[in-house]
Ligand binder design. Structure first.
Ligand code: ATP
Ligand code: MG
Length: 410
């Protein structure tokens, strides 16, 4: 006997009943981001593995453990590196800067599946490429805040920090490395092996002993230079002007190597262990890392499933049905033609597709929530108003006009 076929572990089907709230996320994202001048971009679902090795970072969990790779390609685990690749490939530096882009699509990470953690999930993201100005950082944060608000995400917190620049970070990095080496015996094996490549990640450790060491570790916030601090202060001043509350989190590290200066994360206390709803930051070194001229950038990415988990469930309006066409066997082709005509006229029209009895078709029309039903008999046509129950004999060519008139009268 062959095994039962199922969706792969960590993936899910979006069934029709789940589609409406997801579509709501897309509509809200489109409205909010496009109103701010962001234009949609879509990049391929897979890219060369090298793009992510260079653009996300060799020493990150994503690249080391979470990519689905085949031949020289990987399914995209995130969207920023691909969007920056597209910016370079299409010479977008020639456009007015910053170039403001948004995207929504499926992303793939080989993780242990849990509530809110999947191997294929969807992200909405926005990137503003080509400006150092702190207003970009603030705008990116304010737009994600607006999207989360629009979706009704509950118990939100915004954590914010500055990572400085690679130059201002270098001295601190050495300091932290020395501290970590001093306490190497108390670190998890993972944190220990990362001392050289990615010491900051130790702040993100789940292991209790490592966390205790990190409680007393030197903080980057105390080692930023004056320009970093000025940039950070400007971002927070603008957030204040927009009425967005935030808290400083000087242990915040993000799982990608490319961040500089501003990093942020929105979490929802309404979610369990997987509390991260969306985050992002500034990545001034990334485009150069991918082979371009030094070009600043800043963006966010938010998980569609986590946003929906964090949001209050709301009743979704049904699609509606203006006209249902019921037909006796000899009238099939007229019913089909009328359905086509009705749809072309902008009506939501359905017809029976299973050869039911008239009684069965009336039940079907009821289930569809039809406003009118046209019943096509060999000797004439009856139009039934499903609200009042009134029926009248009509001429077939007048059915669509009749429903349109009825709809306007409402
Ligand atoms: P986490 O700490 O939960 O692993 P992350 O830091 O890896 O998140 P990002 O790379 O910043 O997440 O991705 C942005 C958003 O995408 C997250 O805030 C989350 O909402 C969503 N996300 C990330 N990984 C997954 C996943 N495996 N399944 C579902 N959503 C995810
Ligand atoms: Mg992760």
């Amino acid at each position: 006997m062959s095994a039962k076929l199922q969706a792969p572990r960590g993936t899910f089907d979006v069934l029709p009943a789940d589609a409406a709230p997801r579509h709501g996320v897309e509509r809200a994202a489109q409205r909010i981001l496009e109103a701010a001048g962001y234009r949609r971009i879509e990049t391929p679902a897979f890219e060369s593995t090298e793009l992510f090795a260079r653009g996300v970072g060799e020493a990150t969990d994503i690249v080391q453990k979470e990519m689905f790779s085949f031949e020289e390609y990987s399914l995209r685990p995130e969207g920023t590196a691909p969007v920056c690749r597209a910016y370079l490939e299409h010479g977008m530096h020639k456009l007015a800067q910053p170039v403001k882009l948004w995207y929504l699509g499926a992303y793939f990470r080989h993780e242990r599946p849990q509530a809110g953690r999947y191997r294929q999930f969807w992200q909405v993201g926005a990137e503003a490429i080509g400006s150092h100005d702190p207003s970009v950082d603030a705008e990116i944060i304010v737009l994600l805040h607006a999207l989360l608000g629009e979706l009704g995400a509950r118990e939100l917190r915004l954590r914010l920090a500055s990572l400085g620049t690679p130059a201002s970070r270098a001295g601190y990095r050495e300091l932290l490395q020395a501290y970590l080496r001093e306490h190497a015996d108390d670190l998890s094996p993972e944190a220990r092996t990362r001392i050289d490549l990615n010491p900051l990640r130790a702040f993100d450790a789940k292991d209790a002993a490592t966390q205790r060491v990190m409680d007393r570790a030197p903080r980057l916030a105390d080692h930023l230079d004056a320009e970093d601090r000025e940039h950070f202060d400007a971002v927070t001043e603008l957030l204040g002007r927009a009425g967005v509350e935030w808290e400083l989190d000087d242990r915040l590290v993000r799982g990608l190597d490319y961040y500089t200066r501003t990093i942020f994360e929105f979490t929802s206390d309404a979610l369990g262990a997987q509390s991260g709803v969306g985050g992002g930051g500034r990545y001034d070194g990334l485009i150069e890392q991918l082979g371009g001229q030094p070009t600043p950038g800043c963006g966010f990415a938010a998980g569609v499933e986590r946003m929906l988990l964090a949001a209050e469930e709301r009743p979704q309006p049904e699609a509606g049905c203006d006209l249902f066409l019921a037909w006796e066997p000899s009238e099939r082709s007229d019913a089909f033609a009328l359905a086509t005509e009705a749809r072309r006229a902008g009506l939501a029209a359905q017809l029976d597709l299973a050869g039911r009895s008239i009684k069965g078709q009336m039940k079907q029309a009821d289930r569809a929530g039809a406003r009118y039903v046209a019943i096509l008999h060999p000797d004439g046509t009856v139009l039934r108003d499903m609200d009042s129950g009134q029926e009248e004999k009509v001429e077939r060519p007048g059915v669509v006009a009749g429903v349109l008139k009825g709809r306007h009268a409402l």
